[in-house]
Design a protein around this ligand. Structure first.
Ligand SMILES: [Zn+2]
Length: 157
């Protein structure tokens, strides 16, 4: 069955495809969408996918992503593709990319890290160590942030 049969096309907005199965709701959280905003949102979960086995898809009418949102989605759904739709046509399709350096988006888990000092806190800065599983290393104290911690910080807090 084609995906188009599962969810109708959107006129203008964003389709986030190839989300790892089970992460669609986390992606919505990152976008700050709860469904109460009134825009049409379609969520399809656990669709068979050649590339991923199973995948999730999120379609949001009238929403176009900010660079920060794309970076955050890349961290929790590194296989995702972002399709920008205008007048029912896909104008642009691109894969998210996990940035080699992540600035300001995450907290360092080390309470003694210079980024956690109360007086003169400085912006956090992490280096990408591995994508699957996701591992980031603090530029200042070299503490490692795991995928679980990233999801915790971006989605559950
Ligand atoms: Zn640190």
């Amino acid at each position: 069955m084609s995906e188009e049969l599962l969810v109708r096309k959107i006129r203008d907005g964003t389709v986030i495809d190839h989300i790892p199965a089970g992460r669609a709701l986390d992606v919505l959280k990152i976008l700050g969408l709860s469904g109460k905003e009134g825009s049409t949102i379609a969520i399809v979960m656990n669709v068979p996918s050649k590339k991923l086995g199973r995948k999730d898809i999120v379609k949001v009418e009238g929403k176009f992503l900010e660079p920060k949102e794309v970076d955050e989605i890349a961290l929790i759904a590194p296989t995702a593709t972002i399709n920008i739709v205008k007048d029912f046509r896909v104008l642009e399709k691109r894969r998210v990319q996990v940035p080699g350096e992540i600035k300001g988006l995450l907290r360092c888990p080390n309470p003694n890290c210079v980024t956690n000092t109360k007086r003169e806190p400085i912006e956090t800065r992490f280096k990408l160590v591995s994508i699957a599983p996701l591992k980031l290393k603090c530029y200042y104290c070299e503490d490692i942030v795991t995928e679980e911690q990233v999801i915790q910080q971006l989605v559950r807090e």
